[in-house]
Design a protein around this ligand. Structure first.
Ligand SMILES: Cc1ncc(COP(=O)(O)O)c(C=O)c1O
Length: 407
């Protein structure tokens, strides 16, 4: 086989479909978030404002977090030097797991190198623990959940997004005695809509199923202590396994699950994605623990972020831009074409110093390509004005549709 020609072909296909991904090289400026410097391909630099990051609360540059990381580096050095089982468990990992278990009101927590790995490793391990397990997975679940369910060798059923009646039909069609698990998210990050947690917990009770929720886009952001939508809606006790990330609102890196002691013990002992990989650097665990701890009491920051999202949505709606609004902190503006989305993103960056990455297939279905804005408490009024004016100008310039897609 001509391997090189095959690679050319695969890459060309992405160009032809307008979804070849170009990574924008940016330098975040410590203490100056959301401002950054764009290292342009021609070697020059341009100041930009980041509008598409998932450091939703600006915690990635919070002194509380950075101090904890500096102290841990001074105390222990850089890497952990081992897997959790072989010399890679430290007081920092233990403290972070305790913070997380407490955050969700669960007995235990288990750290992974990312939430992607936490989802994949846990969901692919559960059928080993519950032979014959059937997993019911929401159609719009994140790639990491899909991958975990796909690889686990057990049975899977995909229910239409947020459609509890369809879920019921699928549950009814299966053996009542088979072990079952329902996997879904609390906030679907591309549309910003919420999962029907209570209805899913009710149906899980009815059919004797376990529940697994991905709260990646909600932890730190919702609930009086940042425990996510399950905390906000007082449902955490009804969900068997809660998954979250330390890389978005908490501004660091890493992922986790929280559950009973027994569940965490079993996953810890059977999941290759937990066992056979080096644990997080202690400094990362220290920073994440400081961030989780801090956000348990910093409600102001959560309120400011929600306020910013509301203002941005109102202003964009006022201009008739096609935003999706489900009342969460995520602000997607629909474009519906990969080439146009990329062109808009390029113009925003080049002409206005506004960095928003185009979102296209396979992250979202074809025909729903979009720009996804993530306002934070530190995007000031000036930045907001610049963004709104730039979008207004570009929408007119490109003669784009201004009809609103109500959520
Ligand atoms: C819903 C969802 N789950 C899991 C992940 C993975 O999180 P992490 O970046 O910690 O691997 C993401 C990342 O974007 C996500 O959107």
């Amino acid at each position: 086989m001509d391997y090189s020609a095959k690679l050319d072909e695969a890459i060309q296909q992405l160009h032809d479909e307008g979804r070849y991904r170009t990574f924008i090289d940016i330098e975040r400026e410590q203490g100056n978030f959301p401002h950054a410097v764009w290292n342009k391909p021609d070697g020059t630099k341009q100041p930009v404002t980041v509008w598409c990051g998932n450091d939703y609360l600006g915690m990635g540059q919070n002194p509380v977090v950075m101090d904890a990381m500096h102290e841990a580096i001074k105390a222990t050095g850089s890497g952990s030097g081992g897997t959790r089982n072989i010399s890679g468990t430290t007081a920092y990992h233990k403290r972070l797991e305790a913070e997380l278990a407490d955050l969700h009101g669960k007995e235990s927590a288990l750290l992974f190198t990312s939430a992607y790995i936490a989802n994949d490793a846990t969901l692919s391990t559960l059928p080993k623990l519950f032979p014959g397990l059937i997993i019911y997975s929401d159609a719009l679940n994140h790639a990491s959940m899909i991958e975990g369910v796909r690889r686990n060798g057990g049975a899977k059923r995909v229910f239409r997004h947020n459609d509890v009646e369809h879920l019921r039909e699928l549950l009814e069609a299966d053996d009542p005695d088979a072990p079952k698990l329902i996997a879904f998210e609390s906030i679907y990050s591309m549309d910003g809509d919420f999962g029907p947690i209570e209805a899913i917990c009710d149906i899980a009770d009815e059919f004797g199923a376990l529940t697994y929720i991905d709260e990646v886009h909600a932890v730190g952001m919702y609930g009086p202590r940042g425990g996510g939508i399950t905390e906000r809606d007082r449902l955490a006790h009804r969900v068997d396994i809660i998954n979250g990330t330390l890389a978005k609102a908490y501004g660091v890196m890493g992922g986790y699950i929280t559950a009973t002691d027994k569940m965490c013990d079993a996953i810890r002992s059977y999941a290759p994605g937990f066992i056979f990989t080096t644990s997080l650097p202690p400094a990362v665990a220290a920073g994440a623990a400081a961030s989780v701890h801090h956000l348990k009491s910093d409600q102001d920051r959560r309120d400011q972020q929600q306020q910013q999202a509301k203002i941005l949505k109102l202003r964009l709606k006022g201009l008739g831009l096609p935003i999706i609004d489900h009342g969460s902190h995520i602000v997607p503006v629909m474009v519906g074409d990969p080439v146009h989305t990329k062109a808009l993103s390029d113009m925003l960056l080049d002409q206005f110093g506004i960095y928003v990455q185009p979102i296209n297939f396979p992250t979202v279905p074809r025909g729903t390509e979009r720009l996804r804005f993530t306002p934070s408490p530190v995007h000031g009024p000036e930045e907001m004005d610049k963004l709104v004016n730039a979008l207004d100008e570009l929408w007119s310039h490109c003669a784009l549709n201004r009809a609103e897609l109500a959520g």
